[in-house]
Design a protein around this ligand. Sequence first.
Ligand SMILES: [Zn+2]
Ligand SMILES: [Zn+2]
Length: 239
Amino acid sequence: MSQVIRPYLGEINDFYDRILRFESQVELAHSYDPSEGPRQYVKEDIDRVMEAVAGGFDFDARALEGLRAALRAEKVDFMALTGGAGALLEDELQFLSIISRPFFRSMNRAAGRDNAFWDRGRCPVCGSVPCLSVIEKESQRRYFCSFCGCRGFYRRIGCPQCGNDKARDITIISLEGEEGMRADTCEKCMSYCKTFESPMMADHSPDALDIVSISLDIVVQQKGFFRHSPNPLGIIRMA
Ligand SMILES: [Zn+2]
Ligand SMILES: [Zn+2]
């Protein structure tokens, strides 16, 4: 763990614990099947989710009321989040990506698409661009969706964002003293995907790997590369 992130690690872990508690407290009435299509919480779930949000976080009360009203008016589109930040402010993206976690996780359970090949480099459940992968035995590369948690396979060499598979455009960045993790950066579209060696998976969930490697995000982003999906704390830009 680099010096950059160590002083903040306590706070980061506390925040992630809150997010996990929030998720475990929400019991959804509806199962969100991606083929059926609600793109936000249905009526029966809005109050359940908002109650857990109000109890679990110190978010601004006005922001919560605004969101509750928008959800009731069916004006929220969680599926649009997976296309990147777009016109959203970073705070809004963070807020919405945390609040939508039970929605996306439910979608993944309903879809049951784990271990498929991701044809276009996108999560087959929610369409997001992966920012996390693990090199497994026989050099297979398994990808993880930051939104719904789906896991699957894509080319070992290549950029899931733009499909570029020319090795000369892919540069590997790793940090001294941080074994078992690296970022595969694409010079063509300037995005990156963090890659871990499989023993790292023994001790960490994909979410936890994303969090312990924030120092790598910071360094890679300082070099001008972007991630297209936020981390489990809802953060997309670290530098
Ligand atoms: Zn997904
Ligand atoms: Zn690319």
